[in-house]
Every structure is written in C-alpha cells, then in structure tokens.
Ligand binder design. Structure first.
Ligand code: PLP
Length: 505
C-alpha cells in the first residue's frame, strides 16, 4: 500500500506552547523592564522561525498568569510588536504572528571545525546503493505487496472493532496481545505445519526486529553466524551492526548448500536462512536438505533462524513444511511477518521461540520498545480469527500468479538470452542474463528510461564471489499496466543490446 494518506488539516491554529526564558524575566533591574524583555524574546523567536507565521499567541491574561508578571506588561509587549509588524491582532480577538512580514533566516548553525564528534565514530552498517525511488516513473521494487490487495471493506471492519474502545492507558505485555498469539499459533499449525503454543510466541514489529532481538539476546561481538550467500542485505546489516562474524554459505537451486556448513570447532552459533523462498534468488530448500540442516544444527548446537517472510505466496508448488514444524522447536526460532502477506507499513511480525529463549527475548523487547503497537495487534487478531487473512491469501495468490504469468509470457521470447528464475513463490523473480548482456548496463539503460531495477551486485555477497549476472524483478507491488509497460521497456532494452552485439532474438 503505497498511497500516502492526506494529512489532516488542524481545525484551528494551535495555541502557543512556547518556553520563554523565565529566568531572564526575573530580574528587571539587570535586564531592563519586563515588557521589553518579553517583547525581545518574542521578536527573536519570530525572526528565528521558532514561532511560525500565523501562530496564535495566548491571551495577555493567560500569558501574564503563566509568567507571573502583570497583564499590563504583556499588553505593552504585544502592542509594541504589533506596531513593528511582527504581530497582528485587534482588541477582543486573538493575537497572531504576522504571516507576511517575516521570512525567517533558517541557515543552520555554522559547523565548528574543532569539534571531534566522538559520538559519530561508530562504524555504520553498509549502505546499499538502491535505486532512488524519486528518480523513476516505475520501479520493480522487491517484496512489495499489491497496492490494492487489501479489501477496503475487510480493512474497515477490522479497525471498527478496534475503535470500540480507547487505547489502554498503560504499557502492556511485551510478549504481545494474547488473542493474537492464540490466533497465530493455530494459523501456523494449519498453514505451516508448525505446532506451537501461544506461550512460545512473541509479537514483534516485523522480522527485522525479530532478528535484531534474537541477535541481541544471543550474540557477543565476534560470534560466528552463518548466512546464505547471496543474502538478505538488511539481515546482514543487523548482524554486522551487532558485531557478528558472518560466514557466507552459497545457495543453489535446492537452497542453501547444507554440505558447506562448518562443523566441529568451526560451527557457528546461529544460522540465518530463508528456506521457503531464498532471498533474493527464490529457490526452496529441498526436503533432504531440511532434514540434513536440522541434524547438523542438533549435532553442533546451532540455533537456526528461519525467516519465513513470504511463504504464503507459492504457485503450483506443494507447500514444504517449515523447519520449525519439522523440529521440536528446540533448535529453531521461526520468524513470521505481516509485511508481505498484507503490508510492510503495519510493522508487525511474530516469533516462535525455543522455550529457553523466551525470557532473554522478552527482556530485549521490553528494552527496545516495551511491546508492539497494541491497536494494530488487535486489528490483525480480528483479521486472522475472522478468516479474512486466509481469504486474502487465496485471492492474492491468484493476483500474483497472474502477474507472474505476464512476466513469464512477455519474457519468453528472450530465451536463451535471458531466463527467469525464482518463480515458484514470493513476490519477485530474477532474470539471469547471457554473459554478453551485462546486468549493470541493463540497469543503467532502464534508469535512463525512468525504470528502476536492482541487480545482483556485490552488495548481496559477503565473500569475493563474482555476482550473478542477473536483474531482480519485484512484480508484486506493480499494477498490471505498469508491469506490462516495465517489462515492455526491459524487452526493448535487451533487444537493442542484442542487436548491437550482432545477435537477434
Ligand atoms: C528476506 C526478508 N525477510 C524479512 C523481510 C521483512 O521484514 P519485516 O517484517 O521487518 O518487514 C523482508 C523484506 O523485504 C525480506 O526480504
């Protein structure tokens, strides 16, 4: 859902809540008469922009009362500023900052060259060069759900139920809204084969927060963590920020290469993976590899973080049970999210934890944000228990399957120069290019035509592996017309490049 809601217009200009420097008004003998001091402070505030044009000042009576000075002094200060054109107001009506005379000079404070800025010395997580949304007329953004996917009728219905009561006047349970955990534990049982109790679940503000909480609870700086390569870059950023030593493990068409996982003394403390739909290449971890991974984790006491971010959307492919459903949940932490199934703007996810991790995670959660947004949890509880979630998933599977078909049909003529992959599940695919077609050049040429795509560049790799020559195509968030237009331009670009090199489709 990318449409921005219109900001609500305030009914009336808010009244002034402005901290005047009272101490400077206390000693008239040193700093001049009180009304002069008050006038000067108001003048400076208007000139510096702290008091914006149109701001309504409190009445002279209430300002005098709150400053502990005579009403006369305030009236004098106001009259002086009205005469100078800083304020406007008539007797009997409110006094406001003039909307015409002043354009505050808002130049930032000059930079002090001698300041060390010690507080900026911490290394930042890597910054990935993503196409800038503002520059494109159309973008194949990864992992975005359909902008009109949610039925407005259902959406209103679930929120109506939340709006019956005001929000609680207290902090609530860090573990999350119990009825939502109950609803999700049942949903996970029937849809993902994960049998868990609501007591093992924690509601979070999305998978990235789930990962952050897990990493904070488990890792010390320098601890080894295995991660797929190519990888989900934000997960990498979280782990690196917390000091993890990352061990990249390559993936192929059957998912993570379990045979490459380090053993013995070299075994990592945790493994972060996306078995249902490897991010970004889209393969699914095969059943034999799932079994082998669980055996390896048990043998070496490794905690598996199973990020099941978009498994709801699979097409013509039988569901494979989650790792968390195949194990006794002692070695696997399961990360679920509403970001793909509904909207990333909800910021709502959930964790199913090995029992031993519950307490450490709850402590972290309390420190980080106490608990996730309660009204959103209530609304999502209604969404799940009413059956709307599953109805939505069924409907959206058809929508995404249609988009996927468009992608496949339109790009079919490019074979063998370009081949689509990662189509079995999720909201994006990748287009592997023949070595004569450089993905970087394709990205550049599309950008010149106003179209943004990501490519598999080195930012997806931790080792020095040469990046795959592929373009990533997020199709979930595009409307059909845009999808067709975007692929049409991609086709033209690729055809042009082939012609240039003397080849033809
Ligand atoms: C692999 C993966 N995991 C998780 C997420 C979503 O995280 P969150 O629930 O924090 O929105 C994404 C989003 O793109 C993702 O690609």
């Amino acid at each position: 859902m990318t449409q921005n809601p219109k900001p609500l217009r305030p009914r009336a200009t808010p009244q002034l809540e402005f901290p005047l420097e009272l101490h400077r008004l206390e000693n008239p003998s040193r700093s001049g008469p009180l009304h002069n001091q008050l006038g000067e402070q108001l003048r400076q505030s208007i000139l510096s922009g702290k008091l914006a044009a149109g701001t309504v000042l409190p009445s002279s009576r209430s300002l005098a009362h709150s400053l502990g000075i005579s009403r006369n002094g305030v009236v004098l200060a106001f009259e002086e500023l009205i005469a100078e054109g800083y304020l406007v107001g008539k007797r009997g009506s409110s006094t406001r900052v003039s909307s015409e005379a002043f354009h505050p000079v808002s130049s930032p404070a000059p930079v002090q060259p001698d300041r060390s800025r010690r507080w900026l010395a911490k290394p930042m997580p890597p910054r990935f060069a993503d196409p800038d949304a503002g520059e494109f007329t159309l973008e194949f953004r990864l992992g975005r759900p359909d902008p009109w996917g949610v039925s407005l009728e259902d959406w209103r219905k679930i929120w109506r139920s939340v709006l019956r009561t005001p929000p609680a006047n207290d902090y609530l349970d860090p573990q999350g809204y119990l009825p939502l955990r109950e609803a999700l534990s049942q949903y996970l049982g029937r849809s993902r084969g994960v049998s868990c109790l609501p007591e093992q679940m924690v509601i979070t503000s999305g998978s990235i927060q789930s990962l952050d909480l897990l990493a904070r609870a488990v890792l010390k700086p320098g601890d080894p963590v295995a991660i797929e390569e190519p990888c989900y870059r934000t997960a990498r950023g979280v782990l690196e920020t917390l000091g993890a030593k990352l061990i990249p493990i390559s993936v192929d068409e059957d998912g993570l290469r379990v045979d490459l996982l380090p053993t013995g003394e070299n075994a990592p403390l945790m493994l972060y993976c996306t078995p249902s739909h490897q991010y970004p290449l889209g393969s699914r971890l095969s059943m034999p590899r799932r079994a082998a991974m669980l055996e390896w984790a048990g043998q070496h006491d490794v905690l598996i973080l199973e990020d099941d971010y978009d498994s709801e959307y699979r097409y013509n492919a039988a569901p494979l049970p989650a790792l968390a459903g195949l194990s006794r949940l002692e070695q696997v932490a399961y990360l679920g999210t509403f970001s793909k199934v509904l909207s990333p703007a909800l910021r709502l996810g959930y964790l199913v934890l090995p029992p031993a991790l519950l307490e450490p995670i709850l402590r972290q959660k309390r420190i980080v944000d106490f608990h996730s947004n309660q009204p959103t949890q209530q609304a999502m509880c209604e969404f799940v228990t009413s059956g709307m979630l599953e109805k939505h998933i069924w409907r959206m599977r058809r929508v995404y399957a249609h988009k996927r078909e468009i992608l496949r049909e339109m790009l079919r003529p490019l074979l063998p120069w370009a081949k689509l992959g990662g189509l079995e599940a999720g909201l994006h695919a990748h287009l592997d290019l023949h070595p004569s077609l450089s993905a970087q050049k394709v990205q550049h040429m599309l950008a010149q035509r106003g179209i943004g795509v990501r490519i598999m560049d080195s930012s997806y790799y931790i080792s020095n592996t040469v990046p795959r020559n592929a373009v990533l195509l997020g199709y979930g968030g595009l409307e059909l017309a845009d999808l067709r237009r975007g692929i049409g331009v991609l086709l033209e670009v690729l055809e042009g490049m082939l012609q240039e090199s003397g080849s033809r489709i």
